[in-house]
Design a protein around this ligand. Structure first.
Ligand code: 1CP
Length: 373
């Protein structure tokens, strides 16, 4: 039983597609954002955010729900899901770490983890983290957003994957070198795994509580998966993604909640597609390094839906290029023959300076080229 009662869902295309049913039209999922470029390309985002700090917006259910709804209002009818306005870094915050969002630069941890010998690591490992209490504002934002959505589209909850969160916790922000996190995995593998396990357990509880609050589908963002080799992915990412996929359904059952589709997005880890199809996720998000037809072949007859995977960079291009990329995707995913198994998305979030009208054209082309009725 859900904790809240919400208006009935009028557009269930995405949830049906995620569960592998045949869809009338291919669901055109709003572009899930990298570094939340979600907002940055919309003038109304800056207006609603005002001079407020990024995490202050996340902590205000009223503002977070307003920002979540903006793309739905602007592109009404063209997109089939919303994603709650928040960030993956709320988990390290809940664990007691300070994270700031620096304007035009991105996240910054003034005091990242240094080595497992440090007091900070030891205390972090010993600390009981109450994600119900610490992230209560996210659940409140989800519940309020579900009400405001009024059943127009389903709402995504999300978390960062353990590996990607670890990267930020030890690097202290975005990085090109990955010096710190590579030091951790190659110098302190056991301590690294202990921390990844702790993060995984928090992710399960966090996602379960998002579902309890009203999230209808959840996504795990492993944005830095591609920094791992195939062999180190098997050691430092895959077991923890699999842990989440196994334990979230158990926790939902324990809480008396309905099951929801789970999406995994292992960005850059193209080599792991086959393994990801056996991890328990219903949907795999793909970046643009994948060839759709190859990916469909790799999945074979396993009940897994693919989500993706246009190069977001095409939104800087001409309308002819957008049409070409959409046409190639539609063909590559075998849409005409299959009519299922694909949720349209960009291969990563919308990058800065994209003109919202070009994004709208991308959405319109999806509709035009996948319409079957
Ligand atoms: O689009 C939305 O509004 C939905 C909410 C959302 C999501 C799903 C935001 C808001 N962030 C995220 C996920 C997120 N955050 C990911 C996973 C997706 C991906 O691969 O990009 C990651 C890696 C982050 C971390 C993060 N947050 C970065 C990346 C920094 C880096 O390492 O390069 C950045 C720049 C942010 C800031 C952020 N998050 C969200 C927004 C709207 C913003 C921009 C803040 C601003 O400039 O106003």
């Amino acid at each position: 039983m859900a904790e809240h009662s919400f208006p009935p869902l009028k557009n269930d295309l995405l949830l049906r597609a995620a569960r592998g049913y045949e869809a009338r039209r291919c669901p055109d999922l709003r572009a899930l954002t990298p570094g939340g470029a979600a907002g940055r390309y919309l003038p109304e985002y800056h207006e609603a955010k005002g001079g407020r700090d990024f995490f202050e917006c996340c902590r205000s259910p009223e503002i977070a729900s307003t920002l979540t709804l903006q793309p739905i209002e602007r592109f009404g009818g063209l997109i089939d899901a919303a994603i709650i306005f928040s960030d993956i870094l709320v988990i390290p915050q809940a664990m007691g770490m300070t994270v700031e969002m620096v304007d035009k630069k991105g996240p910054h941890f003034p005091d990242p983890l240094q080595t497992p010998q440090d007091k900070q690591y030891i205390e972090l490992m010993e600390r009981h983290v109450d994600v119900a209490k610490e992230l209560d504002y996210v659940y409140k934002a989800i519940t309020l957003t579900r009400k405001k959505l009024d059943g127009r589209v389903p709402l995504f909850g999300f978390t960062g994957a353990p590996w990607t969160l670890l990267c930020y916790m030890v690097e202290g922000g975005g990085t090109k070198l990955f010096k710190q996190v590579k030091t951790w995995i190659y110098k302190y593998p056991e301590e690294t795994k202990a921390l990844l396990q702790k993060i995984s357990e928090l992710c399960v509880e966090y996602l379960a509580l998002q579902v309890k609050a009203g999230a209808q589908i959840v996504q795990v963002f492993d944005s830095w998966a591609g920094e791992l080799s195939p062999s180190s992915f098997k050691k430092f990412s895959q077991p923890y993604l699999a842990y989440i996929a196994k334990h979230l359904p158990l926790r939902l059952k324990e809480l008396g909640l309905e099951q929801v589709p789970m999406v995994v997005f292992p960005k850059g880890a193209w080599y792991a597609l086959d393994a990801c199809a056996d991890m328990g996720y219903q949907v795999i998000g793909m970046d643009w390094l994948h060839d759709p037809a190859e990916a469909v072949k790799i999945i074979g007859d396993r009940p897994v839906v693919l989500q993706g995977n246009a190069d977001p960079g095409v939104l800087y291009g001409s309308h002819e290029s957008i049409t070409e990329v959409v046409t190639e995707m539609v063909k590559g995913f075998g849409w005409a023959e299959r009519k299922k198994g694909w949720i349209v998305n960009l291969g990563h979030g919308i990058t800065p300076f994209v003109n919202p009208d070009d994004l709208k054209f991308f959405f319109q082309e999806i509709h035009r080229l996948t319409k079957t009725d």
